[in-house]
Design a protein around this ligand. Structure first.
Ligand SMILES: Cc1cc2nc3c(=O)[nH]c(=O)nc-3n(C[C@H](O)[C@H](O)[C@H](O)COP(=O)(O)OP(=O)(O)OC[C@H]3O[C@@H](n4cnc5c(N)ncnc54)[C@H](O)[C@@H]3O)c2cc1C
Length: 423
């Protein structure tokens, strides 16, 4: 039974993970949904080739008390996991300042709690969707192993395990033998390994395949998708947002009217947001390589996180995906061979001969990052405009729960998640 408060005609701007999940839940709840995206299909920008992890066990944002020292240590290193290219960009400096504030212990703790709560809910939503719709996206439910290379990382993992436990996230600390038993592919790893923190409930899967499959289901459920259309601006009547002005590839302009508009434009959301709506989202560039597996018996089945290098690795069907690195360099999407080949080097070093390096596909994308890594979910300051954007490093992990929660808020309800939703 559709809620009487749920807006009837809804325009969803953006068809990445955030937009497509929003469209699906809205259509299910009874709205008449139109999704607009400038690309030729769904999930072709940041949601295209991410690390594939549903990593509820990693709710800690980048902004934490240890981050400033880590950033200083890496400064100026072209292959550093986090690279800042200082530039005359007020948005970058504003973001960096806000990031420094979020590193304060009480802020980092609060942010971690909120992300953990939403991530747990989101994993449940993803499972429910997958089962009810029989979605196939090279998903694996073998868990995530957080690799611990040094005695210091091993000791730290004990504290982290306890902290995650307080957040309702179960993990198990495995020594080297236990880790190899869980993931036999680690047996050939030439580097020291103290052990791993196993998050058995975590998952992995191809976000792009998921988005495509869910977009198909949303279409079957009545949502319509208008691809190849650039959103130029929001339409207003007084203070109320009433639609959007879009331009198609042939240059034709069209005004799309709606009772409500949802902003899901990833890193580009601030460009369309009304003045005064400070989203604080900045693009944080990341890289991935996708490499065909040539020796399936020796390829890892569990998803892996190399804690010290911020690298993640997931098996997606017949391929391995390795992703990581963060670069603050505006909207620049030009490839940096050094950064993506360091991901390939990692794969070759730890799993030699498992993949065909020559056939690797290189990719980079812009994480829509807020300084706290807390996305904006809920009402905006303008009537008629809703937000589901700014998911940063965890847009795949948080996608289903964010969209499900947003639709509850749009229906006049309140999600049972301990998260600072915008109302
Ligand atoms: C290297 C890397 C690895 C990652 N690994 C993981 C991981 O393992 N786990 C995890 O949970 N998350 C991961 N992420 C994060 C996750 O991929 C993102 O948070 C998520 O994809 C963001 O989705 P989105 O829908 O907000 O943005 P997008 O996917 O970018 O969608 C925004 C859409 O808006 C459209 N658009 C923008 N502007 C306009 C306009 N003016 N007009 C029309 N259309 C427009 C774009 O075409 C795009 O389709 C990773 C990200 C990167 C870069």
């Amino acid at each position: 039974m559709p809620s009487t408060r749920l807006p009837h005609r809804v325009l969803v701007l953006g068809a990445g993970l955030a937009g497509v999940t929003t469209a699906w839940y809205l259509a299910q709840a009874g709205s008449e949904v139109t999704v607009v995206d400038r690309q030729a299909g769904a999930g072709l920008e940041t949601s295209f080739a991410n690390g594939g992890q549903i990593s509820v066990s990693h709710p800690e944002p980048w902004a934490n008390p240890a981050a400033p020292m880590t950033v200083l240590k890496w400064l100026g290193r072209e292959d550093a996991p986090l690279l800042v290219r200082p530039r005359l960009d007020p948005d970058l400096w504003r973001w960096a300042l806000a990031f420094a504030v979020e590193c304060l212990p009480h802020r980092a703790e609060r942010n971690t709690r909120a992300i953990a709560s939403l991530a747990r809910h989101s994993r449940l939503c993803l499972r429910a969707l997958r089962e009810s719709l029989d979605l196939q996206y090279d998903q694996r439910t073998d868990g995530i192993l957080h690799l611990l290379r040094t005695p210091q990382e091993w000791a730290e993992a004990g504290r982290r395990q306890a902290a995650l436990g307080w957040l309702g996230i179960t993990t198990e600390r495995l020594d080297r033998a236990g880790s190899v038993e869980r993931e036999p592919a680690l047996a050939d790893d030439p580097d020291p390994l103290e052990g791993a923190l196993l998050a058995a409930d975590d998952e992995s899967g191809d976000a792009h395949k998921f988005v495509q499959a869910l977009a198909d289901r949303a279409r079957q459920g009545g949502a319509s998708f208008r691809f190849g259309r650039e959103v130029l601006s929001l339409e207003r009547s007084g203070q109320r947002v009433t639609g959007a002005l879009v331009r198609s590839a042939d240059g034709a302009l069209e005004r799309l009217a709606a009772d409500a508009v949802v902003l899901c434009l990833g890193s580009f959301s601030p460009r369309l947001a009304p003045a005064g709506e400070r989203l604080g989202i900045y693009p944080v560039k990341g890289y991935s390589v996708t490499v065909p597996i040539i020796d399936p018996a020796r390829a890892p089945r569990c998803s892996l996180t190399e804690e010290s290098r911020r690298i993640v690795c997931s098996r997606l069907g017949e391929q391995m995906r390795v992703a990581g690195t963060a670069e603050l360099n505006g909207f620049d999407l030009s490839p940096n061979p050094l950064r993506s080949s360091s991901l390939l080097d990692w794969l070759d070093r730890h799993f030699p001969g498992v993949c065909d390096r020559q056939a690797a596909t290189h990719w980079c994308g812009l994480r829509p990052a807020t300084p706290s890594n807390i996305p904006h979910i809920g009402a905006s300051r303008s009537a008629g405009l809703w937000l589901n954007t700014g998911h940063g490093t965890l847009g795949w992990t948080l996608a289903c729960g964010s969209a499900e929660s947003l639709v509850r808020l749009m229906s006049g309800g309140m999600p049972e998640v301990n998260f600072p939703f915008r109302r």
